[in-house]
Design a protein around this ligand. Structure first.
Ligand code: F6P
Length: 319
């Protein structure tokens, strides 16, 4: 294999640039030409490639987002789209592809491999909702961003004795809500993996009030419902007044933490090594503090599980 390409796909995540840097530098270290694909699968189908050198990934390890840009493509889900992409790769003489993204992106990469084009995935999404790996790039930065936001919101909640509902990202998984909620001492954490009894949320708030603690923080993962819907329910059911704060896309931005830069560097280099060894159709994962690789089929979000003991830990500490 003499030429490979790298793209980012789906929602951007802090640390994607550090992963691109690792892919590019490891490839050059191994005397392989490496091409960046602009705009994810859209650029792949359009043949929008450029050769990357050491300098093209200089000064990016600390930057959020992705210098390659990202997109979501309906056309690439079709056989026509995939054929277009393979054709464009062949014309450019590229014989391997590294895809940095989430489980939707890996479905596309799996299709390419099934059609004979070798692809390897690197998990990159703040949601951490990918099967076969305990970690996806961007999660740690997002959790820290949410935790810092909650710390600030807590100042007002305390001062004005308010109950605040904070809606966080996580379409399919409650990892951000659980980690940020636990690390910021939230009174209640509402996640899709656990059915939450609303009476229980109210009892916890009331117990606090009976002890003189008049403020409370409720973290809701967007995969359960919107913060606004949760506010309306609490008002209708218990006549509880709350403030809703939707953190939105600020969770996806920012300079990656040291942990995200480290994981991105490890995974990026490993992806190149595996591709050169002839591996294909798999995603790099992190399990039991080791880099592993798992078939794309395992990487689906349905195979992701939350650490339920952390959920129980949070409940036992926020009494
Ligand atoms: O990257 C994952 C994610 O942040 C989800 O949690 C969120 O629902 C979604 O992306 C929003 O993505 P976009 O606004 O880019 O469609």
């Amino acid at each position: 294999m003499k030429k490979i390409a790298v793209l980012t796909s789906g929602g951007d995540a802090p640390g994607m640039n550090a992963a691109i840097r690792a892919v590019v530098r490891r490839s050059i270290f191994k005397k392989i030409e490496v091409y960046g694909v602009r705009h994810g699968y859209m650029g792949l189908m359009a043949g929008d490639f450029y050769q990357m050198d050491l300098g093209s990934v200089g000064d990016i390890i600390h930057r959020g987002g992705t210098i390659l840009r990202s997109s979501r493509s309906e056309l690439f889900k079709t056989a026509d789209g995939q054929n277009q992409a393979i054709e464009a790769l062949k014309i450019a003489g590229i014989s391997g592809l590294i895809v940095i993204g989430g489980d939707g992106s890996f479905k596309g990469a799996a299709k390419l491999t099934a059609q004979g084009f070798p692809a390897i995935g690197i998990p990159g999404t703040i949601d951490n909702d990918i099967g076969g790996t305990e970690y996806s790039i961007g999660f740690d930065t997002a959790v820290n961003t949410v935790m810092e936001a909650i710390d600030k919101i807590r100042d007002t909640a305390y001062s004005h004795e308010r109950a605040c509902i904070i809606e966080v990202m996580g379409r399919h998984a409650g990892d951000i809500a659980l980690w940020a909620g636990l690390c910021s001492g939230a009174e209640s954490i509402i996640i899709p993996e656990v059915h939450q009894n609303l009476e229980d949320v109210m009892i916890r708030i009331q117990d606090g009030r009976d002890r003189g603690k008049m403020h409370s923080i409720i973290v809701v993962a967007e995969g359960v419902c919107s913060g606004e819907d949760f506010r309306i329910t609490m008002k209708e059911k218990f006549n509880l007044d709350t403030n809703v704060i939707v953190l939105g896309h600020l969770q996806r931005g920012g300079s990656p933490t040291a942990y995200d830069r480290m994981m991105a560097s490890r995974m990026g280099a490993k992806a190149v090594d595996l591709l050169l060894e002839g591996e294909k159709g798999s995603m790099i994962g992190w399990r039991n503090c080791q880099l592993v690789h798992v078939p794309f089929e395992i990487a689906g979000k349905d195979n992701h599980t939350i650490n339920i003991s952390d959920y129980h830990l949070a409940r036992s500490l926020s009494i």
